[in-house]
Design a protein around this ligand. Sequence first.
Ligand code: GLN
Length: 263
Amino acid sequence: MCRHLAFLGPPVTLRALLVEPPWGLYRQAWAPRMQRHGTVNADGFGVGWYAPGDPVPARLRGGGPIWGDPSFADVARVTRSGAVLAAVRSATAGNAGGPGAAAPFAGGPDEPWLFSHNGALTDWGRSLDGPAGALPVAALLALEARCDSALLWGLVLHRLRGGAEPGEALTEVVREVAERVPGRMNLLLTDGRTVAATAWGDTLFVRRGWPPPAGPGPVGTVIASEPFDDAPGWEEVPDGSVVTAAAGDAPRVRPITATTVPV
Ligand code: GLN
């Protein structure tokens, strides 16, 4: 399934983060090394980033392969950011296509969130009445696409708007959905200052200290489906966990306790 990545740290170009590493997300679109489901990620891509002094992210998304997008290379070369979330998509059969179904998903025009889902839910359209029924109709109508990932984002956003912490919102949604439908739910969420991610059925890694520190100052953190190079420092997040990280702090990994297990 898809591959995704979030970064918090000293500002870098999108190109340095996504394209230049030998096994970067850009290359993972056609040559992922650890993908367990699907082969290539050519059904869409998206990059979301934060500009200094603006808490609301910008997004560039497309419904086709990242390497075929006419704007990505230019934007990636000239855009620097200290907080980024990006994804390349291998669409699950039955889900909508197009840029609206490509992560990152976002909140309203003045909200700070970016969200991605790597995984798939089985038969979600028929089986998720329980948790989805807890969403106001307006929230269901506001979903960006008819897609399992967009629905999961709706469920997470509803909890964030209710005051849940990011890691708590992801954990609650994974638990609640896993009780009803089998699926894989590697979720990734940032507000530009913190990142939360779940490992629930697919690979997930954390690396502290990227880019290599040029001097004293906050250390960068990357959370990604798979390492983008073979340098030391990548740590695998155990399946069935939630990881939270804030700029400069060591990431925290906790188990997601649930009555069911990832499939
Ligand atoms: N199921 C989601 C979709 O169709 C995510 C796919 C993935 O992880 N490859 O977009």
